[in-house]
Design a protein around this ligand. Sequence first.
Ligand code: GDP
Ligand code: MG
Length: 265
Amino acid sequence: MNNYRSGFVTLLGRPNVGKSTLINKLVGEKITITSPIAQTTRNKLKGILTTKIGQIIFVDTPGVHKPHHRLGEILVKNAKAAINGVDIVIFVLDSNEKPGRGDEYIKNFLVANQTEFIVVLNKWDLVSKEFQNLRLEQYRRFFGTNENIQIVSASEGEGCSELIERVFNFLPKGPKLFEEDLISDQPLNNLLADLVREQVLNNTREEIPHSVAVKIEKIKEMNKKNGKNFTAILATIIVERTSQKGILIGKKGFYVKNYWSVSKK
Ligand code: GDP
Ligand code: MG
């Protein structure tokens, strides 16, 4: 395994450009929080992709509240912390929009810092056919390059294998840093708790604050006769005030039945 490569990769980009969705797609498992609400990624979660030719360890960056008068400052502060010790940065942008102020802050920071990065134009599925050439041209001009721009649709999976190939080209030769079957360095319970928490935040409004906590009580493999096995998870959702309990339970347990007891496939 002399040519094996391994290294750390971080994804930078404005809130909501699809960083978490992209990590999930690249790693092939749902491990970080994706949400239409920005600011749900609290930790630097890592996704690990192990293949025959190498291992990529992905580091997610924390979200930023969207309209924020100090957005640029915060993006740069996060970027500074995030690029520490990584081999290559994936700079994710929303190609459904033209380059914006937040993108500019990050670009300037990376250039000033002489950090190597791959540009990912995500959400390409949202760019209408007749507009694609113009959009690509706008981003080429913005970055002053034709190279290292990868068009991707994180939700559809388009461009993901090409992106992985590009990342490997930047990684140094090195051994596997994590066990094969590990997809994240977070304990399983944390990952599951984050998934439940994501459901709560996605399905409630401001009355349930981000401080809601989830405790995983029990994990059980269920074997159904029809061969459709699934994993049952019993979790406790902890809220700050008694009044919030009612919201989460719903009328006649509506929310419990329809949302909090999700069984996927
Ligand atoms: P983050 O804040 O950068 O981590 O962004 P998320 O991964 O949470 O994604 C923000 C929103 O964009 C979510 O609603 C995603 O479903 C959506 N999204 C992400 N990637 C794509 C994509 O390639 N195409 C489309 N149409 N939507 C996407
Ligand atoms: Mg995120």
